[in-house]
Write a protein that binds this ligand. Structure first.
Ligand code: INR
Length: 302
């Protein structure tokens, strides 16, 4: 690791701290993610190595953060640590949204469209390679403010471990982008869970406020039900058989455009297809890219 000059901590992924660093040989800025391995002794578990190779494959896509290298090192106690060397991006979507939210200005409609298209493209690429992100949220989407490019991060490694309830720092994970089938305890979930998150992020880009800001699993569900109506067997066959299903207050669906008043008709249509209760009726990321909402976007420079 002497090859890098480690600078400030920029973030905290689900499984490790992320630092800005300079590669001494080239002067290039990179992001270093230090990953603790939960296994006690024998170096890097094969599952982790497999995940790194998935990450390597996925980072061929321009909308997935690029993994440049993996360095194995020994810490002071002789334990193995992994450093993932990534390309550096100067901000994340959470900070970008917050900066607009604070000044009270909207994110330009064409910027929302471009970011959404890049997000759908990155997610479609992951899904085409059989990888679910499972925790898409603005914090995990990196941005370059200069070029307005967006890249998916904090991806892949999660599959080497079990999905954590809490981060290793014991900070509570956000539920705001979690699909209703996950909240209701579905065990066999699909690519549709990521599309739900993309829908929540879409609405947040439009309003600069989280669409469903729940602070517990129950509150999260109630937020969703109040806007989209309490689901039932008619709109979502099988819902009442999910393990966490209970009797809930009965709400009728509100018009989705009331939640995103500044979004045009095509945008509201796309959003409604991303927020379908029944995962099998939810639009795919690939299909979303072909939606008329993106017709007026210049895709040549993406
Ligand atoms: C920034 C982050 C800039 N760059 C937070 C951040 C605030 C401002 O997490 C980050 C990363 C970067 C980052 O430049 N490259 C990567 C994070 C991650 C991977 S991960 C790569 O996987 O989310 O921890």
């Amino acid at each position: 690791m002497d090859a890098f000059k480690k600078l400030e901590k920029v973030g905290e992924g689900t499984y490790g701290k992320v630092y800005r660093a300079i590669e001494k040989a080239t002067g290039k800025t990179v992001a270093l993610k230090k990953t603790r391995l939960h296994e006690d002794d024998e170096g890097v578990p094969p599952t982790t190595l497999r995940e790194v190779s998935i990450l390597r494959m996925l980072s061929r896509d321009p909308h997935v953060v690029r993994l440049l290298d993996v360095k194995q090192a020994q810490n002071k106690e002789g334990k193995t640590v992994l450093y993932l060397v990534f390309e550096y991006m100067d901000t994340d979507l959470k900070k970008f949204i917050k900066s607009h939210c604070h000044t009270g200005e909207n994110i330009l409609a064409k910027t929302v469209k471009s970011l959404m298209y890049q997000l759908c493209k990155g997610v479609a690429f992951c899904h085409a390679h059989g990888v679910l992100h499972r925790d898409l949220k603005p914090h995990n989407l990196l941005m370059d403010r200069q070029t307005m490019s967006l890249k998916i991060a904090d991806l892949g490694l999660a599959r080497a471990f079990t999905l954590p309830i809490k981060k290793y720092t014991h900070e509570i994970l956000t539920l705001w982008y979690r699909a209703p089938e996950v909240l209701l305890g579905a065990t066999h979930y699909s690519t549709a869970v990521d599309v739900w998150s993309v829908g929540c992020i879409f609405a947040e880009l439009v309003t600069t406020h989280a669409l469903f800001p729940g602070d517990s699993e129950l509150q999260q569900l109630l937020h969703i039900f109040r806007l989209l109506g309490t689901p039932n067997e008619k709109v979502w066959p099988g819902v009442s058989s999910l393990v966490n299903w209970h009797e809930y207050p009965q709400w009728s669906p509100l018009s989705l455009s009331s939640a995103v008043p500044k979004l045009d008709k095509d945008g509201v249509d796309l959003l409604s297809q991303m927020l379908q209760y029944d995962p099998s009726k939810r639009i795919s990321a690939k299909k979303a890219m072909e939606h008329p909402y993106f017709d007026e976007l210049d895709k040549s420079n993406l």
